[in-house]
Every structure is written in C-alpha cells, then in structure tokens.
Design a protein around this ligand. Structure first.
Ligand code: 5GP
Ligand code: ZN
Length: 109
C-alpha cells in the first residue's frame, strides 16, 4: 500500500466504495465521473504507478485485468454493442491517478 494514493485507500475500504467484483488480485468499481453509461475501473490490489512500471512478475496481474474487463463487459450487457478498454499512461496520456487501472467504457446507444 502506497501513502497518499486514493486507489490504495479505496482498495483498503477506507472510502466505503462499493466493489462490483473483487478477487485476490484486483477490484472493480464505478468511476466517480463516468464518461459513458458504463464506466468501470479495474484496479490491481498491488500499487503499480503506471504501465511504464510493469515488471515481468506483473504479467499475471495485467492478464487478469484484461480478462476481468471482458467478464465485466458481459455482466454490464455491453459485449455485443461493444466497449473500450483503456490504459491512460502518465500525464501526457491522460493519467491523473497514479495507481494502475484499466477503464471499461461503453453502453452508448
Ligand atoms: P485516469 O485519468 O488516471 O486514467 O483515470 C482516473 C479515473 O479515476 C478518472 O476517470 C476519475 O473520474 C476516477 N476517480 C478519481 N477519483 C476517484 C474516486 O475517488 N472514486 C472513484 N470511484 N473514481 C475516481
Ligand atoms: Zn495505490
């Protein structure tokens, strides 16, 4: 757990955030400022700053995040209509929270 990291606080239950799914590797919760009808964040329990900081040992985490994205898309009913899975990387890439997360965005009509 990293000091002054809002996603570490959320993962540790300090913010009372509801998880739509969780397992030993990751948690899934709704984005507080959704840009589409479905906007979830898939967040590893391990504090990793960004995609740039991934190590070989994190391979399983990343693959689980993508699989969770697929599974959550199905649960949210957007599999057929389609969706985006997005990693923003560092400031120029639009990242504002420096704890790795995958956006699941979809549900447009
Ligand atoms: P980034 O731009 O870093 O890829 O995305 C961070 C996302 O986290 C943003 O879409 C933002 O709305 C969301 N976010 C920031 N703070 C909170 C929070 O306290 N709770 C939740 N649920 N989402 C947050
Ligand atoms: Zn963190």
């Amino acid at each position: 757990m990293e000091k002054d990291c809002i996603f570490c606080d959320i993962i540790n239950g300090k913010m009372g955030t509801k998880f739509l799914y969780e397992n030993d590797t990751l948690v899934v919760f709704k984005d507080i400022n959704p840009v589409a009808p479905v906007h979830l964040l898939i967040v590893p329990r391990k504090h990793i700053r960004s995609i740039n900081d991934l190590e070989q040992e994190d391979k399983k985490i990343v693959s689980e995040m993508i699989m969770a994205g697929k599974d959550m898309a199905k649960k949210q009913g957007v599999t057929k209509s389609g969706y985006k899975l997005i990693f923003n990387v560092e400031k120029g890439g639009g990242q504002i929270i420096f704890h790795l997360h995958l956006h699941l965005i979809g549900g447009w009509r």
